[in-house]
Ligand binder design. Structure first.
Ligand SMILES: [Zn+2]
Length: 513
């Protein structure tokens, strides 16, 4: 288990199983998958955790309304999430479920530790409770109508004995943590939000429930179960075997990044690190919050009935078109609009025209000029210098953007090089070289194009892996794509002597509207 490789541990949130996987889930998970594949390409020892959050009143209620056992419902929903991830080509290393015994034991271990350290105490809780959100709200957080600030449904005054987590003790430690690590929360707007939230003062948090049964018992008082958020967050350490605190935990914890949607930032950037500090554990290195996809009717939500089902998009257009669109369309961290029009525009421009056409036209020329065979020549022609330099520098450029999870900008760098290659063909006009019998120069030009495509192919592989595999098989490589590394991606001249390019249908046919 222990290797010298740098480790990289990343997570998605655990998805709550009271509804089907939607575009928000798919977005976080595709982003995480791309990041995982990217760090594997860099030769790191990656651990990618995702899974399902299966406890709480909402799940219990959903099962009751469907007339099935709660365990049956969560089993079925966990399978549904796994199915969707398989179709999206998600390469998680572990799919964790909060109803697993290892997770339950871990939660109890951590809660016990926080309790023993004096940060959990019994008290009386009175407050305005939103049942769908399983959240208490203070009067200050709500408007006149006493409706839930999140879901806008009415709250009800509840009073119960409860166990509290002493969150108030962690305001100062959290601010110190952020001061020491200004990238603890990304993007910066979210960091500012969190800092002002902490500075307003933190209230202790009720972490037990007694009004329903579907949850993990409080280890020192079995009349209570643990608040679903407290339970779910702990997956990030139960997924790397905090239970045994062995090699796996030592290798991967603290996590490099928790990827989340911006709506759950307080749980991740305030409550979770405070829980860890209370247990004497290190907080994660980074929380990165992304924006929301909106559609014509505003924010997508089940209640508004404007949810885009990612599987329909994948069935209609294919998985890589979906992946490329959501990764390229908006800067990571901001909100974006998901429309079919935008997806078609993006696909036709970038995938069909720029990349697809580059491969197709150069493949057709090579077929005509040299029976699809390349001749390996390392050019020192002054007209090739810029092209080669840009191709060789591409991995470094992509890496700069990926260091801050700027997927969109990383793809933009790759597509600039693709655009340069298309211009290079126009300028070099291989058809003229062929006509005038300049065969050595023609060989150089053609080799340059395909060698550039080799580098492009490796660099797109974390983003659109299926396309990269197909491209790789067409440009005549003798090695497999899986064997390629980031370190030698940019070495010029790796395409073998007399590689044979196969000319087939376009990679991406234009989508007609
Ligand atoms: Zn609510």
């Amino acid at each position: 288990m222990t290797t010298d490789k740098k480790s990289y541990y990343l997570t998605t949130p655990l998805y709550y199983v009271n509804g089907k996987p939607h575009i928000g889930h798919a977005y976080t998970t595709v982003v995480a998958d791309t990041l995982a594949r990217y760090h594997r390409l860099k030769g790191e020892d990656v651990f990618f955790l995702t899974g399902t959050d299966e406890h709480g009143q909402k799940v219990e209620g959903e099962a009751r309304s469907r007339g099935v056992k709660t365990q049956e419902l969560v089993d079925e929903m966990a399978l549904e999430f796994k199915d969707v991830w398989q179709k999206l080509g998600i390469t998680f290393d572990r799919f964790i479920r909060t109803t697993e015994s290892a997770h339950i034991d871990t939660v109890q271990k951590l809660i016990r530790k926080i309790y023993d350290n004096g940060y959990i105490y019994p008290g009386d809780y009175q407050g305005w409770y939103c049942t769908p959100c399983e959240t208490y709200w203070t009067e200050e957080q709500m408007d006149e109508g006493k409706v839930c600030p999140d879901c806008k449904r009415p709250t009800a005054m509840l009073s119960e004995k409860s166990y509290f987590f002493k969150l108030s003790a962690f305001a100062e430690p959290l601010l110190r943590l952020i001061e020491k690590n200004p990238n603890f929360v990304r993007p910066a707007t979210r960091l500012n939000e969190i800092v002002s939230f902490i500075k307003m003062g933190l209230n202790d948090l009720s972490i037990s429930r007694s009004s329903f049964e579907w949850g993990i018992p409080v280890p020192f008082d079995e009349d209570y179960i643990i608040y679903v958020w407290f339970d779910a967050l702990i997956n990030y350490i139960s997924g790397v075997d905090y239970l045994n605190e062995g090699d796996v935990f030592k290798k991967y914890w603290p996590a490099d990044v928790h990827l989340i949607g911006k709506d759950i930032i307080k749980f991740h950037a305030v409550i979770w690190p405070a829980m860890l500090m209370a247990a004497g554990l290190e907080p994660p290195k980074q929380i990165y919050a992304h924006g929301w996809w909106t559609t014509a009717g505003g924010k997508m939500s089940k209640s508004r009935g404007n949810v885009i089902d990612p599987m329909n998009v994948v069935d209609e257009y294919g998985v890589d078109i979906f992946r490329y669109f959501i990764l390229r369309e908006i800067p990571f961290g901001l909100d974006g609009s998901f429309t079919k029009e935008a997806l078609i525009l993006r696909t036709n421009a970038d995938l069909a025209n720029d990349l697809g056409n580059l491969l197709h036209r150069s493949g057709a020329m090579l077929k005509k000029y040299s029976a699809s065979r390349l001749t390996r020549t390392i050019s020192s022609h002054p007209d090739d210098r810029e092209l080669i330099k840009r191709a060789v520098n591409l991995p470094g450029k992509v890496d700069e953007k990926m260091a801050d999870l700027q997927f969109s900008l990383a793809l933009k760098e790759i597509w600039e090089v693709i655009g340069l290659a298309n211009k290079y063909i126009d300028t070099m006009a291989p058809w003229k070289l062929f006509k005038s019998g300049q065969h050595d120069r023609l060989d150089e030009v053609m080799y340059n194009i395909f060698e550039l495509l080799r580098i492009v192919c490796i660099m797109i592989s974390p983003f659109i892996p299926g396309t990269a595999e197909e491209l790789w098989s067409r440009i005549g490589n003798s090695d497999s794509l899986a064997k390629q590394t980031f370190a030698n991606a940019g070495e010029w001249g790796k395409l073998p002597y007399s590689a044979t390019v196969s000319v087939k249908d376009p990679l991406f046919p234009r989508i007609e509207v």
